[in-house]
Design a protein around this ligand. Structure first.
Ligand code: LLP
Length: 421
């Protein structure tokens, strides 16, 4: 459920007309709804209410300072995967003891910055990383709280590029080697083992793979406890999917997910962490774009938009579906027309949708890509020298630009010309 609804024939974000934002900031742009962000966060928080828990928002999904501040004020922790994300979280006001650090390639510098700045835990992904972490901790005279990310060898049944829990993926430590690796960690004076971590993939639309992974986690918790380790915290990763396509695939509800977590892991008495990204931010954002031309091709019509693959790369990168709606509500019963919806970038991959049924549109009309709040703006680039598009946050009847569109000069002047030229 989101807060992007038609009112009197026009699409609104909460109490603000999308057309009003377009008139102020120009197109294309991203717009996020505060009420939707909070609604999704609270749905998860309530789903886990029966257990000691912390929701560490996977900020890779949308790391704008205003989005982070909104969630942090509601009580969220953060899951970070780089020094940049760590510093962004801190700048948004998230205390170090609510930040978990994930990722397979944390550098020594990243580890030093997070450990000295304050951190809830590192989710360690390999033995060499463990050695570096131990060395940095000893050098700083600190003890690093850790979980080890376990690769449970479970098929998440999602797009291959975002599945992470199979043994052939680069993530985590094979569950068969867990005891050995925990013994190694326990012998390192700079580390304190506190729990286990798992994340099997993203955009999962079924609870079964989660349940399989969490059952393995429950068994491993008992085994490691029997080996003498203090396992008090379980980080369950993120990955719960969202409905991208109206009328198709209803992913599990947070409440069902919460009940499953309680059923598989509740008896262990551990503190539960989860790292949802998409489920919190995905349906809380739109990308709004304008039709530049309607072009008649060979047997098909193209809607050429001013937004492109550099602004929203998911369709080109993962063949992802985004619902695209007209900002002016179509008259009831209007006959739909099939369009290929494309951007201006010079490659055929710059296609958002093929043969998509839309109300008849003309140049100048606005369209909105739904479910674009996660992995939209954060994955944008300036390919084709198209400046990054602005981000806007709506709160009731107010809206604010939370990242401005750079000017062409700002974009160009980021380059420097060596003196020999
Ligand atoms: N935790 C870890 C360790 C992760 O690697 C990820 C996502 C998450 C949590 C959050 O997953 P979520 O709840 O958002 O599914 N760019 C892709 C998605 C990549 C996900 C990477 N890791 C997309 O646009 O679909």
């Amino acid at each position: 459920m989101d807060h992007f609804l038609y009112r009197d024939g026009a699409l609104f974000a909460e109490d603000v007309a999308i057309s009003e934002i377009a008139a102020t900031v120009g197109t294309p742009f991203y717009v996020y709804s505060t009420a939707t962000l909070l609604r999704h966060f609270r749905a998860f928080d309530e789903a886990l209410a029966g257990m000691d828990h912390l929701i560490c928002y996977a900020m890779k999904a949308n790391s704008n300072q205003a989005v982070l501040r909104t969630l942090a004020q509601a009580g969220a922790g953060m899951d970070v995967v780089s020094q940049g994300e760590y510093l962004r979280a801190r700048a948004a006001g998230v205390p170090g003891d609510k930040i978990v650090f994930s990722g397979v390639g944390k550098t020594e510098e990243e580890i030093r910055v997070a450990l000295s700045g304050g951190i809830r835990q590192f989710n360690v992904e390999s033995e060499p990383e463990m050695e570096v972490l131990n060395a940095v901790a000893l050098e700083l005279g600190l003890v690093a709280p850790i979980t080890v990310r376990i690769n449970p060898d479970v098929d998440a049944k999602t797009h291959a590029k975002i599945a992470t829990g199979k043994s052939e993926n680069k993530f985590g430590i094979p569950i068969a080697r867990a005891r050995e690796v925990y013994a190694m960690a326990a012998a390192m004076p700079g580390l304190e083992v506190i729990g286990i971590d798992v994340h099997i993939g993203s955009q999962l639309v079924d609870l079964a793979p989660f349940e399989q992974a969490y059952q393995k986690l429950a068994e491993l918790t008992e085994t490691l406890r029997a080996d003498g380790h203090k396992i008090t915290r379980l980080d369950l990763g993120g990955g719960l999917g969202i409905p991208y396509e109206t009328g198709n695939q209803a992913p599990p509800l947070p409440a069902d997910y919460g009940a499953m977590v309680e059923r598989t892991l509740g008896h262990l008495g551990c503190e539960i962490e989860i790292e949802p990204g998409r489920l919190i931010a995905g349906n809380a954002g739109l990308m709004v774009s304008k039709v530049i031309y309607v072009k008649s091709g060979e047997g098909r019509d193209f809607l050429i938009l001013d937004g492109a693959m550099n602004d929203l790369v998911r369709p080109a990168m993962y063949d992802a579906h985004h619902d695209i709606v007209a900002v002016n509500e179509p008259e009831p019963g209007v006959e739909k027309h099939l369009y290929d919806i494309v951007g201006p970038v010079c490659e055929s991959g710059d296609t958002f949708a093929k043969q998509r049924a839309m109300p008849p549109l003309v140049a100048g009309d606005l369209v909105a890509f739904r479910s674009a709040g996660a992995y939209g703006a954060v994955m944008a680039s300036e390919y084709n020298s198209r400046p990054l598009i602005p981000e806007v946050l709506v709160h009731g009847d107010q809206f604010a630009v939370i990242r401005a569109r750079p000017t062409f000069d700002e974009m160009i002047n980021r380059d420097t010309i060596p003196e020999w030229l």
